[in-house]
Design a protein around this ligand. Structure first.
Ligand code: PLP
Length: 393
């Protein structure tokens, strides 16, 4: 006998992975130049020089046992100290190394937090649609329910009234992802302050904390000097799930962390529960070599100019062809209304031209498609005539 739920998850790839695999197969058949793949958030820009130099230096200098051996489950203390120092140099809140639990990227960090906060099959989490589709998988590991609240369909900021309608006494946490995948929206201080006010009021009414799970793999990817407010400063019951995957172009060597800030409700119990939940899904420690890289490179930042060039090129071209796109202030995704309003049909049309765009159905927004512009500029230039031809429904 095989677990049915696990089989279902394993046998049906996500729509994004499906398109990516199709793109690889087409590229092998027709050549790389024939495919314009905007499916996956896999940065086409190398890790910052600082990271590459550190890797070289570590390979030559570091003691192999330190470099490749197990670390403590929560991560090496020196690494957590370096991360805490960097956070404290940017934000208020007095983070200590003991507030951090290092993981292999944001995905396991999120999964551990969801599991830690699931107290019964009635437990509920809320995502703001459009949302990263894996939330539905990660939040379900212990059988909790994922409820959806639509974002404001013009600004793609959180619609506070819509959110209020789905909060119940079983709500354990609201997932906030800013800068946002798939819309590129960055939640303003005003939005987050309104969110904090609502959650504080409902937590008081329900008689238990409602956490914010702040999913932040795109924190460092913000354009035009826009502010990305730090949620623990606005709402104390925030648990941060951070990742260096995108910001340091290390998605295959992922390091991330769970941060339970000192002022967070049930701080110690929650951190123990995160550690226990991670343990129960096989976590032993985050990759040791890359922990060392992070220790030495906490100040490294992505090549924003690379993404910004792509963002402007794609946004300006698509809007000039008549596409209705969300103005992306952060991350590296463009989210546009599909001509004709059916993103699946549009994505299928595009796929026939080997232009790979993710339809918004799995994000909870079937009228829109997502284009990941973390690609080489040449891919965008090759794709523009196809976008132009597809602009008419
Ligand atoms: N959260 C969001 C919104 C993402 O877009 C991704 C990856 O694309 C993740 C989490 C997972 O990140 P990681 O690769 O660090 O596990």
């Amino acid at each position: 006998m095989i677990n049915r739920e696990a089989w279902e998850l394993g046998s049906r790839r996500s729509c994004i992975r499906e398109l990516f695999a199709y793109g690889r197969a087409q590229a092998q058949k027709l050549g790389e130049e024939a495919v314009c793949d905007f499916s996956l958030g896999n940065p086409a820009t190398p890790p910052p020089e600082e990271v590459r130099n550190t890797l070289r230096a570590l390979a030559q200098e570091a003691d192999p046992m330190t470099l490749h051996g197990y670390t403590a489950a929560e991560g090496a203390a020196t690494v957590r100290r370096a991360i805490a120092d960097e956070l404290n140099s940017r934000y208020r809140g007095g983070v200590r190394e003991s507030d951090l639990f290092l993981t292999a990227g944001a995905a396991p960090a999120l999964t551990a937090v969801f599991a830690a906060l699931t107290v019964s099959p009635e437990s509920e989490f809320v995502a703001i649609a459009p949302f990263f589709p894996e939330y539905a998988v990660f939040s379900g590991v212990r059988g909790a329910k994922l409820r959806i609240a639509d974002a404001d369909r013009k600004s793609f900021q959180i619609d506070i009234q819509a959110l209020d309608k789905v909060l119940t006494p079983a709500t354990q946490a609201v997932i906030v992802n800013s800068p946002n995948n798939p819309t590129g929206a960055v939640y303003t201080r005003e939005t987050l302050t309104a969110l904090a006010k609502l959650l504080a009021a409902r937590a008081a009414r329900f008689g238990h904390p409602i956490y914010v799970i702040s999913d932040e793999p795109y924190r460092e990817l913000v354009y035009d000097g826009k502010e990305t407010p730090y949620l623990p400063e606005i709402y104390p019951d925030t648990v941060v799930c951070y990742s260096y995957s995108k910001s340091l172009s290390l998605p295959g060597d992922r390091i991330g962390y769970v941060l339970v800030p000192p002022a967070c409700a049930d701080h110690d119990a929650l951190l123990y529960a995160v550690a226990g939940a991670a343990r129960s899904i096989g976590h032993v420690c985050a990759p040791a070599t890359y922990q060392q890289v992070i220790e030495r490179c906490t100040g490294a930042r992505p090549d924003l100019a690379f993404y910004d060039r792509n963002r402007r090129l794609l946004w300006e071209a698509l809007t000039s062809y008549g596409y209705d796109c969300v103005s992306p202030d952060g991350a590296f995704y463009l989210f546009c209304r599909a001509p004709g309003g059916d993103a699946k049909a549009f994505s299928d049309r595009a796929k026939r031209e080997n232009l790979l765009l993710v339809p918004g159905g799995d994000f909870g927004c079937p009228t829109h498609f997502r284009a990941a512009y973390c690609v080489e500029e040449a891919v965008i230039r090759r794709a523009l005539p196809i976008f132009r031809a597809l602009a008419k429904p």
